[in-house]
Design a protein around this ligand. Structure first.
Ligand code: FAD
Length: 522
């Protein structure tokens, strides 16, 4: 028996087919029309601009746009979207932050890519700090490193970060923005007061929990589907000066996760006694001591760590940070000792560092520079990022880390494992997380050669298949699906809201086609 499709679903399907048809047949038509626009001088057809907009950090996907818009203000963006929206032959548009996606999410095949970073030095929103220091208004194109530098100049800081800061505010807010602060402050999307968004209907909308809240919740974690974020109002707090940065090693996974969960149970936003950051990772071989996660371990400690890895093949590394400043300098060590009392890390395997706050936050960048110098940064990145319910993390360790990963023995690059608290996320937002109160993020952040990335993708597929068979209800972070069914499963109970919002805010399916949610044919 045929099931009647809801009318919005039918509309989306028709639009999706139409967009595919347009993409294939009307490219030349589009180029000539674009040239008649006021913003025409800001459209680049330069082969190098087109080439760089066709790629991303993943170096796996490629999709060539017709043109690249180099906007100098949000109005240029609105003008482009308006032109496409009101055209009888609309074209697809992708905002491109720093293009640090790994599966073509910021690409627009035969469409127009907006190079958001061209607004960094133009008339776009820059970084403006409120006179009372309570928030910063930040352009969607700004890199988080620039936000850090601007706010630190006034002794202030945002509270929720990503591990790597050369990502744009609009790019991470379209996903979630997670790191070791998430257990306490929630992801970056939980730390936004207000955003300006240019929707797929070219409306310029300021939204917040009290004002146009539907668009606010849609856009945060919305994978760029509902609008282009041109400004975000980010809360600020007084910045600490320095951090105590500690890593502890475990060979027993249940000891490792028990300690992680114990530590994140102290998670009040204003709890001075709580940790300020908690992550975890796998040490699988000698290389994992010093991959781009940071050169942390001192040369004199390395031989004993390497022999531990050689003996156990997987060592689990718990990583924590406690902030301090002039006032707490004398008490921080005692507070830290108190927090770490009774933990089950291996005696003799606790390592400590003292660093400037900004040095700690920007830790990945120095490793990036080293890898770039060796030609190992701009290589394929067949990444897999998952959220895993706490109740299944031990099954995941047995079936994935101890079986698939060890057997295949190909994993290079960091493998992150750390828990977060669901209550710090806002379920009204588009981001998708598991149902349980505590869930883990696992990031297999692998680098490969240009010839062998498929071997890593095969491992990723095997991991996902294992989870399905074992009944481990994982959710992908930075999700990538190639079928509609995959997306429907991913969003689960949020799918119908997600679709309705798409029809409301981007009914012609113009925006972020590279996510391939509604533009599966692109
Ligand atoms: P892009 O890749 O350019 O864009 C991503 C998506 O957002 C695309 O669909 C694009 O169309 C859309 N988009 C871009 N700008 C806007 C905008 N202004 N408005 C609306 N939509 C927009 N993520 C974490 O959460 N935590 C981490 O610790 C972390 N570490 C990372 C480390 C490295 C080395 C890399 C490469 C990535 C890391 N990521 C991390 C992932 C990262 O957050 C995402 O890939 C993010 O999308 C990258 O930001 P970007 O500015 O490069 O976005």
């Amino acid at each position: 028996m045929a099931v009647a499709l809801p009318s919005f679903l039918t509309a989306i399907m028709i639009m999706s087919r139409l967009m595919a048809f347009i993409g294939i047949t009307r490219n030349n038509d589009m180029s000539s029309k674009l040239q008649s626009l006021v913003i025409a001088p800001k459209l680049s057809y330069d082969p190098s601009a087109i080439e760089s907009a066709s790629q991303d950090f993943g170096h796996i996907e490629k999709a060539v746009p017709q043109a690249v818009l180099l906007p100098s203000s949000p109005w240029d963006i609105a003008s482009l979207v308006n032109f496409s929206y009101s055209n009888s032959v609309p074209f697809i548009i992708a905002a491109r932050g720093n293009s640090h996606s790994v599966n073509g999410q910021a690409m627009a095949k035969n469409g127009v890519v907006i190079d958001m970073t061209s607004m960094k030095n133009g008339n776009g929103t820059g970084i403006r700090i409120a006179s009372d220091g309570s928030y910063a208004d930040v352009g969607g194109q700004q890199f988080w490193i620039d936000v850090l530098n601007a706010t630190l100049g006034l002794g202030l800081t945002p509270v929720s970060w990503t591990d790597y800061l050369y990502l744009t505010v609009g790019g991470t807010l379209s996903n979630a923005g997670i790191s070791g602060q998430t257990f306490q402050y929630g992801p970056q999307i939980s730390n936004v007061y207000e955003i300006d968004v240019i929707t797929g209907t070219a409306d310029f909308v300021t939204c917040s929990p009290n004002n146009n809240s539907d668009l606010f919740y849609a856009a945060l974690g919305g994978l760029g589907q509902f609008g282009i974020i041109t400004r975000a109002r980010i809360p600020l707090e007084p910045a600490p000066k320095r951090v105590k940065w500690v890593r502890m090693l475990y060979t027993d996974f249940s000891d490792f996760t028990r300690d992680q969960e114990l530590l994140i149970s102290k998670n009040g936003r204003n709890d001075n006694k709580a940790l300020n950051y908690l992550e975890g990772s796998l040490l699988l071989d000698q290389g994992s001591l010093d991959n781009w996660r940071s050169s942390f371990f001192q040369p004199q400690d390395q031989p004993k760590i390497i022999s531990l890895i050689t003996k156990f093949r997987i060592v689990y590394c718990l990583e924590i940070v406690k902030h301090y400043d002039g006032q707490t300098k004398t008490t921080v060590d005692k507070d830290l000792q108190q927090l770490l009392k009774g933990l089950s890390y291996l005696p003799g395997f606790m390592f400590e560092k003292d660093a400037k706050y900004e040095e700690f936050l920007n830790r990945v960048h120095s490793e990036e520079l080293k890898l770039k110098a060796k030609g190992l940064w701009d290589v394929p990145h067949p990444w897999l990022n998952l959220f895993i319910p706490k109740s299944k993390i031990s099954d995941f360790n047995d079936g994935v880390f101890k079986s698939i990963v060890l057997q295949r023995n190909i994993t290079t690059g960091p493998v992150l494992v750390y828990p977060m608290n669901r209550k710090k996320w806002d379920d009204r937002m588009s981001a998708v997380i598991p149902d349980e109160e505590i869930f883990y993020t696992v990031g297999l952040l692998q680098s490969s050669g240009f010839d062998d990335w498929r071997t890593f993708e095969d491992q990723n597929k095997e991991i996902l298949q294992f989870c399905e068979k074992a009944g481990i209800k994982v959710k992908q972070y930075l999700p990538h699906y190639t079928t509609k069914e995959g997306w429907v499963n991913h969003f689960g109970s949020k799918w119908s809201t997600f679709q309705k919002r798409k029809l409301q805010f981007d009914p012609k399916l113009l925006l972020s086609p590279g996510q391939r949610i509604f533009n599966n044919n692109e």
